[in-house]
Design a protein around this ligand. Structure first.
Ligand code: 5RP
Length: 220
């Protein structure tokens, strides 16, 4: 296991403390979430059910024998647990490296608390080193890309990916995201954009940061 995986495993272990068996849990997507589901299993904690953010996480929930619940019948959730690709210490995030940003954003929005698990290599002062994922309606891809160039970014089509919603992803390089809340709204308003991988208007409520010296808990 790499040292980054070790840190992911440690933050995933720390996230278990935010879960109890009376909850319907929101579950994100990615390798840190995989560690989290393994940790839940190791602690023999089986929540009442879970709302999934992707077909990949739905498969993991089936394996863990945790019932998947449709968000439409779950109501608001107590807790959403997910990773991120980049985070500031004030809880603004870039997500979508795994392409699940739209459903992740919906489940995060419907949750009272968003517990975000990252290793310290993902903490930045200014978001944008990690290319910003944007989910677009396929026919709008080139149009949206031109608008993103006008905003100063370099969009690259993630050609090998169709999202769970049947859409495409543009990864935008070289954006220095000094005002993530405003940029989230600006890009979200472009016709054809389904979601922006900026989670700033609704960022993390608790950031668990794994480092060589342990896990830091930042409550926001
Ligand atoms: C998926 C995501 C993931 O949270 C993000 O890519 C982090 O993944 P990992 O835990 O594998 O590092 O946003 O859309």
């Amino acid at each position: 296991m790499t040292s980054q995986d070790e840190k992911k495993r440690n933050v995933a272990e720390a996230a278990v403390a935010f879960v109890d068996e009376s909850m319907i849990l929101g579950v994100g997507t990615g390798s840190t979430v995989n560690f989290f589901l393994a940790a839940l299993n190791a602690h023999k904690i089986r929540p009442l059910g879970a709302v999934s953010s992707s077909s990949a996480s739905s498969a993991l929930l089936r394996e863990a024998r945790i019932e998947e619940i449709d968000l439409n019948s779950a109501g608001d959730l107590e807790v959403y647990i997910d990773g991120a690709d980049e985070a500031t210490r004030s809880g603004a995030l870039i997500k979508g490296g795994g392409g699940a940003l739209t459903r992740e954003k919906i489940v995060a929005a419907a949750s009272k608390r968003f517990i975000c698990m990252v290793d310290d290599s993902k903490i930045v002062r200014t978001l944008g080193r990690f290319p910003l994922p944007i989910e677009v309606i396929p026919m709008a891809r080139s149009y949206v890309a031109r608008k993103l160039v006008a905003l100063g970014g370099q969009p690259v089509w993630r050609e090998d990916m169709i999202t769970d919603n049947g859409n495409q992803i543009l990864d935008v390089h070289n954006l220095a995201i000094v005002d993530p809340v405003t940029l989230e709204s600006t890009i979200g308003a472009i016709a054809g954009v389904v979601s922006v991988g900026l989670f700033a208007r609704r960022g993390a409520d608790v950031l668990l940061v794994g480092s060589a010296s342990g896990v830091e808990t930042i409550r926001l």
